[in-house]
Design a binder for this molecule. Structure first.
Ligand SMILES: CC(=O)N[C@H]1[C@@H](OP(=O)(O)OP(=O)(O)OC[C@H]2O[C@@H](n3ccc(=O)[nH]c3=O)[C@H](O)[C@@H]2O)O[C@H](CO)[C@@H](O)[C@@H]1O
Ligand SMILES: C=C(OP(=O)(O)O)C(=O)O
Length: 428
């Protein structure tokens, strides 16, 4: 089993360049299927979820060419099927965006139930409700979702809860539907806006992305374009938290500071200095961290995808902090791992009560999911002694060159390859 080995206690310093946003890329790549000519996508994060998204299109007949590490050219005109291969689609969450994109392309999609991080039940009923409102029929056969329509028609859709996935999937399905679609109670995350900007550049007519009412007027044609994906808010937040945890001084480059405001606000409440520039933030921490209460919320609230990382930080802050998870039923599985390192955390329902300790101690731990893994890295970097992190394939779903980036900041960290693991080569 491949592992990350971290010898803690090094103060991070220097500069780190943030990659493109995973949760934008995994929607934009399937969306290319609707274009009538090739698209070139730039600032694509080189991570396993994105490689899978591209492989799905390749398997469906698209011509996919990587031009270097972070640019991909996709010719969708050769796609010859509306079926997403089950063994690929099941491995990631964002594969569900193939439903909306294939509906837009050919009014029919057969896509496996998606995978992704395990937070308990992750329903997609709001996606289905949206597709039905647009005139689709739906069935589930052998783990494959089948959605089709004779003709997609615009509709007024009220989402029962703020959901990123349903908002983006309905946008995709509605872009070429006849007439006007209105999504109420829409998600406002930066990746929702990025998808809408991408589609509008192709010729779509979407307004209101970034607010809770999004209007989509159907168009007949979408053209191929060149587009650059926004920086990853969560990757940036992870390096910000790591800088704070190690009492470091790090310039986090290629970010949109506006997208980081909720994270910046909490770090500052903890006593960290954060200076914003046009497309960078400098994070410096000299003294002890103070306790702070955090509640995760849909954007512009504090992102749930930063919840484990902030827990690692609060574990070594002075005083008792309350961390409340309001998006997912069960996103505290990593707490048992942090406790192996000496963290004092009690979970009560959807809250974690964190009593800060003076320092954590290195230990063998598991990355129970993607951001849980990021939290283990932050804890390991700040801890006394050596931390060995297993199940790192979760981390590689969402962080490009994570070892190289942390080593560039002065971390003592390396990837220990398991020679018997044949998947290692594929992660790349
Ligand atoms: C690939 C991707 O972009 N993943 C992100 C996306 O996941 P994902 O799109 O799966 O998350 P949602 O925003 O849809 O889920 C938010 C909440 O709504 C509930 N819900 C959602 C859909 C639905 O049909 N029914 C329903 O009940 C979920 O159980 C959850 O409690 O947004 C989450 C919330 O920011 C992030 O943690 C994930 O990183
Ligand atoms: C939960 C996440 O991803 P996914 O929805 O792809 O599992 C995440 O990015 O933190």
């Amino acid at each position: 089993m491949d592992k990350f080995i971290i010898k803690g206690g090094k103060r991070l310093h220097g500069e780190v360049v943030i990659s493109g946003a995973k949760n934008a890329a995994v929607a934009i790549i399937p969306a290319v299927a609707m274009a009538e000519s090739p698209c070139r996508i730039e600032n694509v994060p080189n991570i396993s979820d994105v490689k899978l998204s591209a492989r799905i299109l390749t398997e469906m007949g698209a011509t996919v060419r990587w031009l270097g590490k972070n640019t991909v050219e996709i010719d969708p005109t050769t796609i010859h099927t509306n079926v997403v291969p089950s063994e690929l689609g099941r491995k990631m969450r964002g594969s569900y965006y193939n439903i909306g994109a294939l509906l837009g392309r050919c009014s029919k999609a057969i896509v496996p139930l998606p995978g992704g991080c395990d937070f308990g039940v992750r329903p997609i009923d709001q996606h289905i409700k949206g597709f039905k409102a647009l005139g689709c029929t739906y069935s589930l056969n052998d783990g494959m979702i089948e959605v089709s329509a004779k003709e997609l028609r615009g509709a007024h859709i009220y989402l029962d809860m703020v959901t990123v996935g349903a908002t983006m999937n309905i946008i995709l399905a509605a872009v070429k539907a006849k007439g006007l679609t209105v999504i109420e109670n829409a998600a406002r995350e930066p990746h929702v806006v990025d998808l809408a900007n991408f589609l509008n550049s192709m010729g779509a007519n979407i307004s209101g992305a970034g607010t809770d009412v999004i209007k989509i007027r159907g168009v007949e044609h979408l053209k191929g374009i060149t587009y650059s994906i926004i920086p990853d808010q969560i990757e940036a937040g992870t390096y910000m938290a790591a800088a704070a945890a190690t009492r470091g001084d790090v310039l986090v480059k290629n970010v949109t500071p506006k997208h980081l405001e909720s994270i910046t606000a909490k770090l500052m409440e903890m006593g960290v200095t954060v200076v914003e520039y046009d497309d960078a933030v400098r994070v410096r921490c000299d003294g002890p961290l103070s306790k702070c209460n955090v509640k995760t919320m849909p954007h512009p609230g504090f992102p749930t995808d930063m919840q484990p990382q902030i827990a690692a930080l609060l574990s070594i802050a002075q005083g008792t902090s309350i961390l409340n998870e309001s998006v997912w039923e069960n996103r505290f599985r990593y707490v048992e791992e942090l406790k192996r390192m000496g963290a004092q955390i009690t979970v009560e329902g959807k809250s974690a009560i964190i009593e800060g300790v003076e320092y954590l101690k290195g230990a063998p731990v598991r990355a129970t999911d993607l951001r849980a893994g990021a939290a283990m890295i932050i804890a390991g970097l700040a801890a006394h002694g050596v931390t060995k992190i297993e199940d790192i394939e979760h981390i590689q779903r969402g962080y490009e060159d994570i070892v190289e980036k942390f080593v560039g900041l002065g971390a003592d960290m390396y990837l220990m390859l398991d020679p018997t693991n044949s998947d290692t080569a594929k992660i790349g």
